[in-house]
Design a protein around this ligand. Structure first.
Ligand SMILES: [Zn+2]
Length: 275
């Protein structure tokens, strides 16, 4: 089961951004808890670094996450600009724009743009402790500007939609069903990524994999597989009639394979989907 660490930014004596009596730490906690609930409803395991108004340093939060262990770490924040109402929109921060962190950031951004937020893109912030010190792929979500009235109005008026959007972005990355957008799907339909794609596949079951290369040389295939694995992709080699195929997956649902393919292509890999 996919396990997600959620981190409501700031807390306790540290309010984060402050604007007209509004405290960032409160918005962060409310949103982290709402997203956590949706993730759990959709079959993910969730751990929250805080559920109350308490303070731990970003470094401590990374340590808490590492102790707990998980597939992804998502930190909740709201942005702030020098002057009120200067900027508007959502922004994702990652340690670097590679692997599954970047994939998750892009997925959440796309979902939040669907809610109506301007997409300010993905930024590399290698010096933030929660991104740098966490051992799992990590994204810091800036859900609009706390000192921009339009962003606050959207945050309040569309709060449930925003929580669903972020949960959807996360669920898409871990290969589970969409939160709330696919009520017709029952437990049995939920998709899990299968490690390696070799085990657990029923004889009748069609599995989708994303191929990123095929080589006569085993060494070249291993190089590519290792590179993908270092970026946290579930890559493996399939030997087929003299050819070493490097693939990622497997997925029961085609749309999950499509998302993986898009993520890999954005990373510059040549890709196609195979069964
Ligand atoms: Zn913050």
């Amino acid at each position: 089961m996919a396990k997600i660490i959620l981190d409501a930014g700031h807390g306790g004596a540290d309010p984060g951004a402050v604007y007209n009596g509004r405290l960032e730490k409160d918005d962060n906690l409310r949103l982290a808890l709402a997203v956590g609930e949706l993730l759990e409803q959709n079959g993910a395991e969730v751990f929250q670094t805080r559920t109350e108004d308490v303070y731990d340093s970003p470094f401590e939060k990374a340590q808490i996450a590492n102790r707990e262990g998980g597939d992804f770490f998502v930190s909740f924040h709201r942005n702030s600009s020098p002057e009120p109402n200067q900027y508007s929109g959502v922004e994702m921060l990652v340690y670097d724009k590679a692997g599954r962190s970047a994939g998750l950031a892009a997925a959440i951004n796309a979902e939040l743009a669907g809610v109506g937020f301007q997409d300010l893109g993905v930024e590399e912030r290698p010096n933030l402790a929660v991104l740098r010190r966490t051992k799992m792929p990590a994204v810091l979500v800036e859900t609009g500007f706390l000192n921009t009235d339009a962003d606050n109005r959207r945050f309040d008026a569309q709060f449930d939609e925003i929580a669903r959007a972020i949960a959807n972005g996360i669920l898409k990355m871990v290969g589970l069903a969409d939160a709330g957008f696919a009520p017709e799907e029952n437990e049995g339909d939920k998709t899990e990524e299968l490690p390696g794609g070799s085990s657990g596949a029923g004889a009748q079951e069609r599995l989708y994999r994303v191929q990123t290369g095929a080589f006569r040389s085993r060494e070249q295939a291993e190089d590519l597989r290792d590179r993908l694995q270092r970026q946290n992709y579930p890559a493996f080699i399939l030997y087929d009639e003299g050819v070493y195929k490097v693939q990622t997956g497997a997925f029961r649902r085609l749309d999950n394979a499509v998302r993986m393919e898009q993520t890999l292509r954005r990373q510059g890999y040549p890709t196609f989907i195979t069964t």
